[in-house]
Design a protein around this ligand. Structure first.
Ligand code: CTP
Ligand code: MG
Length: 251
């Protein structure tokens, strides 16, 4: 991966997206892998792929599928309408999100200088958010996260030894300085690859790995509709967002 020759300026601006979609969705409860569960009859993954391919800057989408679901994902991509200008590749995922993202990065052809990483579990992110992330990378940021201010106050605690025990509060960070981060996160490709090659240990997002390299990460405005489908109630919210969009499109 590191013996790639330096990209030409045109290549440096080309954007590929890696969509990790290999998780089981344990918190959603029993059923198909989360990315294959449907919202208004369409698999969450297809919504996520369409959200990425809606950006004219995106030339390639790499879907990282559940290891036992690559054939199913390929056939889903074949049977749902997707823009012609975008190429699609399916690879098999790993045990952790980090491994899955890495499998996606390994599948990228050399001609893409910008990489976005987007959770299949955020199927409804608006294209304006995708474009804002790409634009910030094009303007020179090595790592970009979409982020929103928090509604709740956040406390740092000493986690309980047994579930349900009271937890001592250690600190209350100033809420105005905190952000909830979403995806797609955007990167200079070489920097993200270096992060995945060198950073070890649990990191919960890709930008966090770039931070570990000591490289600067910037936040741009995220969007409420880029929320992550995690628990059953999130499915209700996602279908409500789709219903509202359908209504608005009718006018
Ligand atoms: N993911 C992945 N490979 C894994 C684990 C997660 O590609 N081994 C992906 C998920 O498919 C999802 C994204 O990473 O699109 C964010 O993860 P999360 O929301 O935690 O999804 P799951 O891991 O599937 O859900 P849960 O943690 O409830 O099992
Ligand atoms: Mg998970």
């Amino acid at each position: 991966m590191s013996d790639v020759s330096p990209p030409t300026p045109a290549e440096a601006a080309r954007t590929a997206v890696v969509i990790p979609a290999a998780g089981r969705g344990v918190r959603l409860g029993p059923g198909a892998p989360k990315a294959l569960r449907t919202l208004n009859g369409v698999p969450m993954l297809i919504h996520a792929v369409r959200a990425m391919a809606a950006s004219r800057a995106v030339g390639l989408v790499v879907v990282v599928a559940p290891p036992d679901g690559t054939a199913e994902v390929k056939s889903l991509l074949d049977t749902h309408a997707l823009p012609d200008r975008t190429d699609f590749v399916v690879v098999s995922g790993g045990e952790t999100r980090q491994e899955s993202v890495r499998a996606g990065l390994d599948a990228l052809p050399p001609e893409y200088g910008i990489v976005l990483v987007h959770d299949a579990a955020r199927p409804l992110v608006p294209v304006d958010t995708v474009d804002a992330v790409i634009e910030a990378v094009r303007e020179g940021a090595v790592a970009v996260v979409p982020a929103l201010p928090l509604a709740d106050t956040v406390k740092e605690v000493e986690p309980a030894a047994a579930p349900g025990d009271p937890e001592p509060v250690l600190a209350t960070p100033e809420r105005a300085r905190l952000r909830a981060v979403q995806t797609p996160q955007g990167f200079d490709r070489a920097t993200l690859v270096r992060a995945h090659e060198t950073v070890t240990g649990a990191v919960t997002d890709d930008a966090g790995m770039v931070e570990r390299l000591g490289e600067p990460v910037v936040a741009v405005p995220g969007h409420e509709e880029a929320f992550k489908v995690t628990r059953p109630l999130d499915l209700v919210l996602a279908e409500a967002v789709l219903a509202r969009r359908r209504l608005n499109d009718g006018f």
